[in-house]
Write a protein that binds this ligand. Structure first.
Ligand SMILES: [Zn+2]
Length: 178
């Protein structure tokens, strides 16, 4: 396995529309290797999700894994592979929450996201599944699926003034919330 190079904002691959993964690509061992490498890359950079375009692979594939938070502020999500995902809103309500992105290093910003969604996707072997997600998991799914259409969280922020570097977030924002 290897750690992949992460594309940073400004690289055109992050602004393109990723291609649906066809069946023959799903069956190719190279695709399974890509999924494993994306998993390793997500762990290496301590992300909770990573999309194909972020590793210069313009396929509609993303991986997500959310470790349990010490303070139980977010639910644990086991390692999940999303191939050709489709997101359907289950509510109109949006909730504001902090997001960061491995392609936009060192920054955090407040982003409104739908609080409950339905996800339909294929797993890494091409088997269809669907699930309903809420809270932080729903947020991560929306963030990763945005990458497949060339969008990043900055595009979704309703007020750019919350944008902060991680150090300043920890010095000023995180401290205020405790
Ligand atoms: Zn991202």
């Amino acid at each position: 396995m290897s750690i992949l190079k992460v594309a940073r904002i400004g690289h055109p691959v992050l602004r393109g529309t990723a291609k649906p993964v066809p069946k023959d690509v799903l069956r190719d061992p190279a695709f399974q290797k890509l999924v494993e490498n994306m998993r390793e890359t997500m762990y290496e950079y301590e992300g909770v999700g990573l999309a194909g375009p972020q590793v210069h692979e313009s396929w509609r594939v993303a991986v997500i894994e959310v470790p349990a938070a010490d303070d139980r502020s977010r639910d644990e999500v086991p390692f999940t592979v999303l191939v050709n995902p489709v997101v359907t809103p289950l509510v109109e309500e949006r909730e504001s929450g902090w997001e960061g992105c491995l392609s936009i290093p060192d920054l955090r910003g407040v982003v409104p996201r739908l609080t409950r969604i339905k996800l339909e996707a294929l797993d890494r072997h091409g088997r269809p599944y669907s699930l309903e997600a809420e809270g932080f998991f729903a947020r991560v799914i929306q963030h990763e699926c945005d990458h497949l259409d060339g969008n990043v969280y900055l595009d979704r922020m309703s007020d750019m003034r919350s944008l902060t570097f991680i150090k300043e977030f920890e010095d000023h924002v995180h401290r205020d919330e405790e």
